[in-house]
Design a protein. Structure first.
Length: 210
C-alpha cells in the first residue's frame, strides 16, 4: 500500500503513517512504511492509545537505532543525532508511573523481564539466548532469577549473590527445593528472601554433619 501511494503521489509529497496495533503488526507495518519512503511516523510511549494501542515509541527508536539499514530506503537516516538508548528504560518507567500503565515482564525493550536470566543457556552461549546485550545497549544490569527451570549454574549464581558458596550436593538439593517450591506455591519466580532462608538452613545442616 505504501509503495503504491508513494508511486502515485510522487517524490515531492511527504507521506506519514499513523498505525494502530489491533493485529499486533504496528511495528512491522511502520518499518515497512519507512522502507517505502514514508518520512513521518506516529507512535506513543508504551504503545498507549485507543483499542490495542499504536506502535511503541521505545520499540521504534530501538529498531531504527540498531538496524537503520533494514528499515530505511537508500541512504536515508532517521535523525540528526542518534538517540541514547540507555535512556529508554528510565523514560519508560517514568511514563508507566505517570500513566498507571504497568511495564510487564514480556514488554519488549523496556519490560521488567529484559536482562533477566532464569536458565543456564545465557551463561554458556549468551549470543544464542538474546538478540542484543541489554547491559551494553540499554544499560540494564543482568539479573539472575531462581525459577522452577533453574539449572545448576542458575542455583550457583543466585546462591553466590546471596552470599553462599555451594558444593555439588548442596546445588542438587537446592535445585530440588526450588522446583518443589515453585510448583507448591504456583509461582515461577522464587523470592530471594525465601531462598536465603533455605540456604541458611542447608549450609548449617551441612556444616554440622561434616
Amino acid at each position: 500500500m505504501f509503495a503504491q501511494v508513494r508511486s502515485a503521489a510522487g517524490e515531492d509529497v511527504v507521506l506519514a503513517s499513523h498505525l494502530h496495533n489491533d493485529l499486533g503488526l504496528a511495528p512491522a507495518n511502520t518499518l515497512q512504511a519507512l522502507s517505502a519512503g514514508v518520512r513521518v511516523v506516529a507512535s506513543s510511549w508504551l504503545g498507549i492509545a485507543e483499542r490495542a494501542g499504536m506502535v511503541a515509541t521505545e520499540q521504534l527508536l530501538f529498531l531504527l537505532a540498531r538496524h537503520p539499514d533494514r528499515s530505511l530506503d537508500g541512504e536515508a537516516t532517521p535523525w540528526w543525532t542518534a538517540p541514547d538508548l540507555t535512556r529508554l528504560p528510565g523514560t519508560a518507567r517514568m511514563v508507566a508511573a505517570v500513566t498507571g500503565v504497568p511495564l510487564s515482564v514480556t514488554t519488549p525493550i523496556v519490560g521488567t523481564g529484559v536482562g533477566t536470566i532464569s536458565t543456564g543457556t545465557p551463561f554458556v552461549h549468551p549470543e544464542f539466548f538474546q538478540p542484543f546485550d541489554p547491559h551494553g545497549v540499554l544499560g540494564i544490569e543482568p539479573h539472575v532469577l531462581l525459577t522452577q527451570l533453574a539449572s545448576a549454574r542458575v542455583v550457583t549464581a543466585v546462591a553466590a549473590r546471596l552470599g553462599h558458596t555451594l558444593d555439588g550436593d548442596q546445588v542438587r538439593a537446592a535445585m530440588s527445593w526450588a522446583k518443589a517450591r515453585a510448583f507448591r506455591t504456583g509461582r515461577a519466580v522464587i523470592e530471594d528472601a525465601a531462598f536465603a532462608d533455605y540456604l541458611d538452613g542447608l549450609t548449617r545442616a551441612t556444616s554440622s554433619t561434616s
